[in-house]
Design a protein around this ligand. Structure first.
Ligand SMILES: [Zn+2]
Length: 383
């Protein structure tokens, strides 16, 4: 896949937020939007009827512990098994534009050799974007490496996606981001990957994004936690001018050697967090049961179901841990409604009205992002 053009659709307001049209040789994307992760697509297979998902962007997350990373770099065999996983998800997500997020431990050494090795892995896989992970702060040849990487990827008719960690020190983040914008002006870069870090800790870097919101480069942020103080983190982040988001996966859920024992002890549907799309607030499932059982949702997971009906339908048997099906259904509901909201918000952004959209959504309006507010009621809910 190649991106031929990225352009801003409509207005840019001081409040922030932007709508892009991204033209590729595989069709057109409109942002902001939510990418579907490999974990979310697996939820679909856990449900009694597999609801169709019409996402355009997808992300295969490949987890590495330090041991797994050492094995990957030093021993034969690990490469092939990672490749099989990429092929599996690449095929499943063939209708989308696919990228890889290697989730690496902070201690992993990402040097020129590691970048080359990951490039070879992705080159063999059915991916549309080819990822270069965020390079460590001490790497002084960032611009040179990024430029060589992009040229090589573009020569294979794929799209380079160079990641920057939002946690980089402010002057380094700025200089690397600006180097990528220079590459964008020469046509080598059309999109940049961003690794989420909390705004309050890295606020200057977010401000730099906001200042550059007139730049016609697709900004894709990965590893965004689901909720911030009870509302949806990625919906809040729109105002900095980021265009696409994928959600962080829970550590206990599969994906390469993580603990699969799951939250078996004390699973109760009533306590599972569910996104209330009206105000964009997470509430325990109990909220709907207590209010007469109307779910008020027409997404493919909830359609025609009441709260008791939802429990009956999605509390499954033969699960690898209690609540597996119920959580899968709840997360997919969240994916569908969050995607719808990005589309609704887009209409506001185009008219310069993202601030008004934020006003209409209780969760966004009341969040003093990035200042945390007390939320004792949220403690103890299943994540
Ligand atoms: Zn729903």
């Amino acid at each position: 896949m190649r991106i031929s053009d990225v352009s801003i659709d409509g207005e840019l307001s001081e409040f922030g937020g932007r709508a892009l049209v991204v033209r590729t040789d595989r069709g057109e994307l409109k942002t902001p939007q939510r990418a579907l992760t490999s974990s979310e697509i697996q939820y679909k297979a856990k449900l009694p009827s597999e609801p169709p998902i019409d996402n355009q962007l997808s992300e295969v997350v490949s987890f590495f512990t330090q041991d797994q990373w050492d094995r990957f770099i030093q021993r034969n065999g690990s490469f092939a098994s990672r490749l099989r996983t990429l092929e599996f998800f690449g095929d499943k997500m063939g209708y989308t534009l696919r990228r890889l997020l290697p989730k690496l431990p902070r201690t992993a050494v990402i040097d020129k050799d590691a970048v080359k090795y990951l490039l070879e892995l992705q080159r063999m896989s059915p991916l549309d974007f080819i990822t270069m992970p965020s390079l460590p702060p001490e790497e002084s040849a960032f611009g040179k490496l990024a430029s060589a990487f992009s040229e090589e990827v573009l020569s294979e008719r794929r799209e380079p996606l160079i990641y920057l960690d939002m946690g980089l020190e402010a002057s380094l983040f700025k200089s690397r981001f600006d180097e990528l914008m220079d590459l964008a002006r020469t046509g080598l870069v059309h999109t940049v990957g961003l690794l989420y870090r909390p705004v309050k800790d890295t606020s200057v870097n977010y401000l730099h994004l906001w200042r550059n919101r007139g730049t016609e480069v697709l900004l894709q942020m990965s590893d965004v936690p689901r909720d911030f103080e009870g509302t949806s983190t990625m919906h809040l982040l729109q105002k900095w001018g980021i265009d696409a988001f994928s959600v962080r996966l829970n550590a206990y859920r599969g994906g390469g050697g993580s603990d699969r024992s799951g939250p078996t002890a004390g699973f109760a549907p009533s306590r599972v967090k569910r996104l209330d799309q009206g105000p964009l607030i997470f509430k325990p499932f109990d909220h709907w049961t207590m209010r007469g059982g109307e779910l008020g949702c027409d997404c493919p997971v909830c359609r025609d179901l009441t709260a008791p009906g939802f429990i009956e339908r999605y509390v499954g048997e033969n699960e690898s841990y209690d609540g597996e099906t119920f959580i899968a259904a709840t997360r997919l509901h969240e994916y569908f409604k969050s995607s719808d909201e990005f589309e609704t918000g887009r209409a506001f952004i185009k008219e310069g009205g993202l601030a008004e959209y934020f006003q209409r959504k209780e969760g966004l309006r009341e969040s003093e992002y990035p200042v945390p507010r007390p939320s004792a009621t949220l403690n103890g809910w299943l994540r």
